[in-house]
Write a protein that binds this ligand. Structure first.
Ligand code: NCD
Length: 316
């Protein structure tokens, strides 16, 4: 039995039992919040949010999560503008300073691998809130939690991941978690330029997960239980021209969702640009705002369990 300290990649989650425990606590957090009876289990703990890239949901929900549990937050408006990196300070040095002030550091950075670099020098837990086109593990945890809540299960589902599978870090983290389940079928829907990198396909192959790469979304709409739409990650493209070629590849509107099953769900990590038309928001299958709300409770559960040594798993 070992407890997780840093949360860098969803590859750290080796079986579904740790996820089930996390979901139970997240559910409990939601109930306690509704009844205004949240236990102040993290009183005295300080969370540092160090974001070198923009964020709405991830940062606010982490900051609210610790405060609801009795802790406090230190932060900077934008780490790339207002921290000492502008003077040339390295990420390692920044972490070595923050670890003296805070009990946990939530890090979002534009470079893949940066969360691991931070964890290597940090005495306090580092939580990866997105490292470039790498991973975004806590988003994937809340995504799986949302699927479980909405569909009652994860096994036996047909799941389509749509859009920017090349640079979309939430998809990368989500695939690692989905590979822990069985009898699922994954459709990887993207333009040829934005296909899933081989290393994530290798995980699916290794875990015997059925998957199919598809370009035309119309071919699969009536087969899927979960459609997970992503934003084309404009900030990762080398040129505007390359972005223009693929932008607007998939647009989910009222017409498109006519072909979806009655009990399918539509997810998106948000922010959206034009991939899902606002006219879809009123459809009961649109789960993306519920998904964002789940993020708060999932992150409360994660912080609570991390500090209480409860993020343990059977296989190590
Ligand atoms: C995602 C991200 O930052 O990777 N946003 C989020 O955290 N919900 C998705 C995106 O930016 O497209």
């Amino acid at each position: 039995m070992g407890g997780l300290k840093h949360i860098i990649s969803t590859k750290q989650f080796l079986d579904t039992s740790i996820l089930e425990n996390l979901f139970l606590v997240a559910n409990q957090m939601e109930n306690e919040d509704k009844n205004k009876k949240i236990k102040q289990t993290l009183k005295g703990k300080i969370l540092a949010s160090l974001f070198y890239e923009p964020s709405t949901r991830t940062r606010f929900s982490f900051e609210v999560a610790i405060q609801k549990l009795g802790g406090k937050v230190i932060t900077t408006e934008s780490a790339s503008h207002f921290s000492s990196v502008t003077k040339g300070e390295s990420l390692q040095d920044t972490i070595k300073i923050l670890q003296e002030y805070a009990d946990v550091i939530i890090l979002r950075h534009n470079k893949e691998g940066s969360a691991q670099i931070a964890a290597d020098v940090s005495s306090v837990p580092i939580i990866n809130a997105g490292d470039g086109a790498g991973e975004h593990p806590t988003q994937a945890l809340l995504d799986i939690y949302t699927i479980k809540k909405e569909k009652g299960k994860i096994n036996d589902l047909n799941i389509a991941l749509v859009g920017d599978l090349l640079y979309g870090r939430t998809v990368h983290s989500l695939l690692n978690l989905l590979s822990l389940y069985s009898a699922i079928k994954i459709y990887l829907v993207s333009p040829p330029e934005l296909k899933l990198p081989q290393k994530y396909k290798d995980v699916l192959i290794q875990e015997n997960i059925q998957f199919e790469e598809v370009e035309d979304i119309k071919k699969i709409l009536n087969k899927i239980d979960v459609i997970y739409v992503t934003r084309i990650q404009r900030e990762r493209f080398l040129s505007q021209k390359e972005y223009e070629q693929v932008k607007g590849s998939y647009i989910i509107n009222k017409e498109v969702i006519k072909s979806l099953k009655e009990d399918a769900i539509i997810m998106h990590p948000l922010p959206r640009v034009d991939e899902i038309s606002p006219e879809v928001d009123d459809d009961k299958r649109a789960a993306y705002f519920r998904q964002a709300r789940n993020g708060l409770y999932l992150r409360m559960a994660l912080l609570h369990m991390l500090f209480n040594g409860e993020l343990k798993q059977r296989r190590l």
